[in-house]
Design a protein around this ligand. Structure first.
Ligand SMILES: Cc1cc2nc3c(=O)[nH]c(=O)nc-3n(C[C@H](O)[C@H](O)[C@H](O)COP(=O)(O)OP(=O)(O)OC[C@H]3O[C@@H](n4cnc5c(N)ncnc54)[C@H](O)[C@@H]3O)c2cc1C
Length: 338
């Protein structure tokens, strides 16, 4: 257990939470940042670290993990205090301040709170297989953090949407074998990906379509997968000799504890005033994917702008006796830079 006092508590260390540290720091406000994940970067780090992003202004193309590294570097001069691997479970008013409490017993007393919690607690949809938990994290993965980990492997990729197809196309370059298991012959990915998938499957390469089959069981010991069994709706079964299973059945996101904090919600997101990103609770702001207002776009670049607006609105709460003098970063500079 640990107790802290700060200017701002930021819930979520995704790209938008990280940029909020910078914006707050530029206005002389200290931040503590809490994330349920063990690493910084939210969806970028957890779901698609090696994918290129093309719509970050100023970067024609940048990998998701690289943008996270840049954001963490940009925030570093402002000495953020990170509390990772713990979920914010409670948010309670304390006079004009707020008390943020986490699953690990951390308590943070802050003048304002920025909720940058993305889709809330997000997780992959898990296939209903016996003994699944035994293999998760060892042989069954819901995301690909490093392609190289799959070089020379025998892999089952299950699912018919874009994620499944993207990874079949990508891993086909380095895997020994890829079985693509889908419950119907028609795939839901983009037409280009579907065409490339069929072309690969018709070649003599590593890709084999296993349709229309569904996952039915896992074989192996001590977390090491040896085979995946699949079956058709008619009960016909096959045993696929594989050491890795990558199920891509989509993500489910839910607000988790955030839904109980008394904030006005809008279809599973936190409703905010679009002029400053304040929620229905004074002193509590929401930015990034979790924030909802008319015309909201769930894009990183919009989240960056919302973080700037929230920081400027919070300034008056943290520094009530100091008028905010507008300055560009080019004029003001950043600690550690000339
Ligand atoms: C495959 C894919 C491709 C994408 N491509 C693009 C693209 O090209 N361009 C683009 O702009 N956007 C893209 N996006 C969307 C982009 O990733 C999101 O808009 C962005 O991540 C939102 O950032 P965020 O910081 O608001 O939330 P997130 O990245 O979701 O981060 C939120 C963080 O909050 C944490 N959290 C949630 N609840 C709690 C809690 N109670 N306690 C503690 N921590 C909590 C979560 O663990 C998470 O780390 C893509 C998304 C996906 C899935």
């Amino acid at each position: 257990m640990s107790d802290h006092t700060t200017d701002i508590a930021i819930v979520g260390a995704g790209p938008v939470g990280l940029f909020a540290i910078f914006e707050c720091g530029m206005l002389k406000m200290r931040c503590h940042v809490i994330d349920a994940l063990e690493a910084l970067g939210g969806q970028c780090a957890a779901l698609y670290p090696e994918k290129p992003i093309y719509d970050i202004p100023g970067f024609p193309e940048i990998r998701a993990d690289r943008i996270v590294e840049h954001l963490a570097e940009q925030a570093a001069p402002f000495d953020p205090v990170y509390h990772l691997g713990q979920q914010v479970s409670a948010l309670t008013p304390k006079g004009e301040r707020w008390l943020v409490e986490t699953s690990a017993g951390t308590r943070i007393d802050a003048r304002a709170v920025i909720v940058a919690a993305g889709g809330g607690a997000f997780g992959a949809n898990r296939p209903p297989l016996p003994r699944l938990a035994e293999f998760e994290g060892h042989s069954v993965f819901y995301l690909v953090k490093r392609r190289e980990d799959f070089r020379g492997k025998r892999i089952v990729i299950a699912g018919g949407g874009d994620s499944a197809l993207d990874w079949v196309l990508s891993l086909a370059e380095l895997a020994e074998k890829i079985y693509v298991v889908h419950r119907r012959p028609k795939f839901r990915g983009t037409p280009d990906s579907v065409a490339r998938l069929h072309a690969l499957a018709e070649n003599d390469g590593p890709v084999e379509l296993v349709v229309p089959y569904q996952l039915s069981g896992l074989e192996g010991e001590g977390g090491r997968l040896e085979a995946v069994t699949v079956k058709t709706l008619e009960g016909e079964t096959r045993r696929l000799d594989a050491e890795i299973l990558l199920p891509f059945f989509g993500l489910s996101m839910n607000l988790g504890p955030i839904a109980d904090w008394g904030l006005a919600l809008d279809h599973g997101q936190v409703a905010v005033d679009p002029t400053n990103c304040q929620t229905s609770a004074p002193g509590v702001f929401a930015v990034g994917d979790i924030a909802s207002y008319p015309g909201k776009l769930k894009l990183i670049l919009c989240g960056f702008s919302e973080a700037a607006m929230a920081a400027h609105a919070i300034y008056g709460l943290v520094h009530p006796d100091q008028a905010l003098h507008w300055e560009y970063s080019t004029t003001k500079g950043v600690p550690g830079h000339k």
